[in-house]
Design a protein around this ligand. Structure first.
Ligand SMILES: *Cc1c(COP(=O)(O)O)cnc(C)c1O
Length: 375
């Protein structure tokens, strides 16, 4: 193929196969299309097995999962919750839904997750929990975070929305802290269109979350609502897709790992680029690959992104660090988050999905490299 042929390469692509279609059709034919039905339980138990937890509670999305996790642990108005400065905004917003205050902690420059060495300086008498995000699929340093949390009597929530199947010291994410949350949005490693899951080994917390996600109604007594709850239920149709998706996890993980390996191989000799590292205790899920465009590269992030976009490659910037967003900037004026800012200013998210061919990755890497000489 000529080098001038333009390809259209999306950032991500869900994998939907015959099994998803078959299970959804089964739902439709059975008329069990709402939030009761056998696929809900099948999805929850299959996911609990993958996450290595006693309980997995399905819910409507990953943001609802975070909200339920915080409520399940008893986070209440005026509580402070530590969150990494670099994440998708839902991580901080869920704290605000509880009337709490997110307190930002900068991230580690190698693995891009919350930097444990900066946690203690942010703890106050009001701190109640830590939400750590396994960013891009790399697990957080759970040993360090848990030991700090134990010392200060804090709960630990793992936001594993980007990290299905990742492991730290051989343990699946979502099973290491007090509670784990997952998203099944369309661009995540596993998807149900929209969807979420909360994982925990704690019977009482799981029970409370089940109550809260279903309008606060007890299972024992219909229309008896001891607490104010929410409608955060997943549908049987979504769960049917989820049952088929969970079966794909091992293949998804090995494909994403292979895509990330090829990016690193083809971009290895390009000066000025760096990548997220994988610690020896970690099994990275490689949800979505990011190249960091350092100053030595010779072109900045925006130049690279527009050049890639012009070549039909859907490359994107990383998130803004949350302390720069209007709802949160006021409270953090005197604080610095240099690593989150550095990564946010220079990170380019590259297409990562299981059907990506080596030729596509070579094409993307060639276009990436030519940005240097063009400027
Ligand atoms: C996707 C994501 C969420 C939110 O999940 P939704 O299902 O979109 O609500 C939360 N946290 C992180 C880190 C995410 O990537």
């Amino acid at each position: 193929m000529s080098a001038n042929v333009r390809k259209e390469i999306p950032l991500s692509m869900p994998v939907i196969g015959e099994r998803e279609v078959q299970y959804v059709m089964d739902c439709l034919r059975s008329t069990w299309i709402s939030s009761a039905g056998e696929y809900i339980e099948r999805f929850e138990s299959a996911f609990a097995a993958v996450a290595g937890t006693k309980h997995a509670v399905s819910c409507s999305n990953g943001t609802a999962a975070l909200h339920l996790a915080l409520l399940g642990l008893g986070v209440k108005p005026d509580d402070e919750v530590l969150v990494p400065a670099l994440s998708f905004v839902a991580t901080a917003n869920a704290v605000v839904y509880c009337g709490g205050k997110p307190v930002f902690v900068d991230v580690d420059r190698d693995i891009w997750c919350m930097d444990p060495s900066l946690i203690e300086a942010r703890i106050t008498p009001k701190t109640r929990a830590i939400i750590t995000v396994h960013l891009r699929g790399h697990p957080s340093d759970m040993e360090a975070i848990l030991s700090i949390a134990r010392r200060h009597n804090l709960f630990v929530i793992e936001d594993a929305a980007q990290a299905h199947g990742a492991q730290a010291w051989g343990r699946p994410v979502g099973s290491i802290g007090d509670i784990g949350t997952f998203s099944f949005f369309g661009n995540k490693m596993l998807t149900t269109g929209e969807g979420g899951m909360v994982t925990t080994n704690d019977d009482q917390v799981a029970h409370k979350i089940r109550l809260l996600k279903n309008q606060g109604m007890t299972r024992e007594r219909r229309y008896w609502h001891p607490v104010v709850g929410y409608n955060y239920r997943l549908t049987n149709i979504q769960a049917a897709i989820g049952v088929a998706q969970v079966e794909r996890l091992p293949v998804q993980l090995s494909r994403h790992r292979e895509v990330a390996r090829q990016y690193q191989e083809y971009l290895a000799d390009v000066p000025g680029l760096s990548f997220q590292k994988e610690r020896d205790w970690a099994k990275h899920a490689w949800w979505q690959f990011v190249a960091v465009v350092n100053d030595e590269f010779g072109a900045n992030r925006d130049t690279v992104i527009s050049a890639l976009q012009e070549s039909g490659i859907d490359a994107r910037r990383l998130y803004f660090p949350m302390h720069q967003l209007p709802p949160y900037e006021g409270q953090t004026r005197d604080q610095r988050f240099p690593v989150a800012e550095y990564l946010s200013d220079r990170g380019v998210c590259l297409p990562t999905w299981s059907g990506l061919e080596p030729e596509d990755i070579q094409y993307i890497c060639r276009k990436f490299e030519t940005c240097r000489s063009a400027h």
